[in-house]
Design a protein around this ligand. Sequence first.
Ligand code: MSP
Length: 637
Amino acid sequence: MKFYVTTPIYYVNAKPHLGHTYTTIAADVGRRFHDMKGEETFFLTGTDEHGDKIVKAAAKNNESPKTYADRISDLFRKIWPELNVSFDRFIRTTDPDHIAVVKHILTKIFDSGDIYFSEYEGLYCYDCERFYNTRELIDGKCPDHQTKPAIIRESNYFFSMGKYQDWLIDHIKKNPDFIRPERYRNEVLGFLREPLEDLCISRPKTRLTWGITLPFDKNYVTYVWFDALINYISAIGFPDGKEFKKFWPYANHVIAKDILKPHGIYWPIILKAAGIDIFRHLHVHGYWNIDESKMSKSIGNVVDPIYLKETYGTDAIRYFLMREMSFGLDSNFSENAIITRINADLANDLGNLFSRTLGMFHKYFKGVVPKREAPDKPGFELDLKSAAITTIENFCLSMEHFEFHKALSTVWEFISVMNKYIDTTAPWELARRKSGQKELTVVIRDLLEGLRVVSGLIYAVMPETASTMQTHLGLDRKRPFFLLEEISKWDVLSAGSVLPKSTALFPRIDVDRIETGNETSGDSPLPDIKPQIEINDLLKIDLRAVKVLDAEKIKKSDKLLKLTVALGDSTRTIVAGIAKTYAPSDLIGKTVIIVANLKPVKLMGVLSEGMVLAAVEDDGCAVAITDRAVAPGTPLR
Ligand code: MSP
C-alpha cells in the first residue's frame, strides 16, 4: 500500500493562521502514521493564487498580483517546517507545470463536448467569485459574506455536470468511506438530491485577467476553482509522471467543511469527465471557532501559529490541536484550553509517568537495564504487555479513519494504566524486600517497555517528544523506532545497556503563579539562579516605571487585581496576582515596575498587557514600587 495526502491549497489573500495549521498538521499526522506502517507516502500542500480575491488583496498592498502572491506564498512554504510538517511538494497554481495540466484537462473535456459556450444572466457574489441560485441565498444575500449579489449577464463557458450526477450518487453509495466522517457524506448526498446546475468555468478577460487563459478561447481565463482542484494531480506529474502513477490511486484529500461542495461534487465530476480515476477518500473536519464564530481574516480573530509555537512549543501545539478537536466537529479555541491540556495530559499523565519510571529505574538499577527475571509469584493484576497490544490495535483503527482525537485518547488510557500499575505494584515496596528483587525487574522492565510503546505511538503527533523519550530509553537511533512492526514487539530493551539520566518532558505551565501570586505550599527552598544570559538578552525585556491610576478586584477571583496604569500619554490594563496581599486602594497612586513588552494574555476574561514585578513568597508578595514618583513610562536601565 501507499499513501498520498493533500491539504487544500490556501488562498494567498491571508497569512497562515490556526485554521490552515490544523488541516496541515492533520495531513502531516496522517502521513506520518502511514510512514509508521512502513508505506511509501507523499504529502502535498501549496497555495491558490489566481482570481479576483488575490487581485484585490494585491491592489490593497500596492503590489502586482504576482509579487504579492510570491510574498504570501513564501510565508506558507516557510511556516510548515517550523511546525514539523514536512511536505514532498509545495505547489503554486502559478507554477508552469500546473498551468500546462489545467490546459490539458480543459482541452480534453472541451473536446469531449462537456464544455459549452452560452450567454447567462445570474446572481454573482464577487467575494466568493461565483454565481448563486436564489435557493442558496439567505434573505437574498450571500450566506458567507452577507452581501447582495450583483446581477451579471455575460457569455461564458459552462461545464455540464448534470449528466454525471447519477454516477456520483452511485459511487458515494457504493463506497461508504469515500467521504468521511459520515455527516459530510450525507451532506453531499443531500446536495445531490437537487438537480446539479452546470458550472461556469470561465471569466471574461474584460473583468479578470489574473488566471489561466482558456486553451480554446484567449478572451477568457479559467474559473479559479476549476484551476485549483487540478493541483492535486498536476503536482504529482499527471498524466505520465512516475509519481502520478504510483500515488494517485491512494489519494486522500483533507479539507474543512467550508469547501465540501467543490471537493465532494465538482472534483469527482471533473475527474470523471476527463477520464481519470477518482480519489480514494475525502476527510472533512469542522471549524476552529473563537467565541462561537469561525476564525477568519475578515472577522479579524485569527490566531498566529508562530505565537503558539513560541509560547507553548511545537509538539504541545500539535498534540493540543489533534486531541482537542473531534475530527469532523467544530471546536472552540482558547489558550486556557491549551494550558489545561499541557498540564493535565502532557506534564501530569505522560511527563510524570516518564519521570517516575526513569527515576525508579535509576535509583534501583543505577541506570543499567536489568535482565527480566520471571517472578516466583507473578500475580500482578495488570498485564502491561496485553494492554499495549490492545492499545496499538485500537490506535491503528482510529488513525486509519483520521480519528486522531480517539487515537490519542487510546494512548492516554494506556498511560493511565501504567500509572496505575506503578501504584498497585508499588516498586518501592518490592525494592525494600530482598524477596521482591525479581518482581522489581519485571515491573521496571515492563514500564520501560510500555514507555517505549508510547514513544513510538506518539511519533506521528509529537515527533520531537518521541525522539527525546527514545534517547532516554537508550534505543538504537539507527533502528526505525516509529515503525509499527517495531513498536509492537515486547522485551526489546537489551539487558545490560546503560540509559542516560532522565529529563522533564513537559514542564507544567504555572498559571497559578500569574493568577495566584505563587501559592506553592510548604517551606519551598529558594529556586536556583537561572543560567547566565548576555546583556543583549536582558535588553529585550522592556521594564518601565508606571503610575497606577486605578485598581479593582476581578470578579470570581480572590487572587487577581486589575490595574489601570499610565504609560506616557496612554493607559494600559494589567492583571496581577497580588490580591491576597494588596487591597486595590493600597496601590492607587503608586509607581510600580512592569514588563511592558510581554505578549498580552487574557486572564479571567481580562486582557493583561504586561506584568507587574513583585517579590513572591509562599504566603504573599511585595510589589516593586519606586522610592519616588517618576514620569509614567520611564524606562529602567
Ligand atoms: N483556495 C481554496 C482551496 C482550494 S483547494 C483545491 C481555499 N483556500 S482557504 O485559504 O480559504 O483555505 C480553506 C481551508 O483552510 C479550509 O478548508 C481549512 O482547511 C482551513 N481553514 C481555514 N479556516 C479554518 C477554521 N477556522 N477552522 C478549521 N479550518 C480552517 O478555500
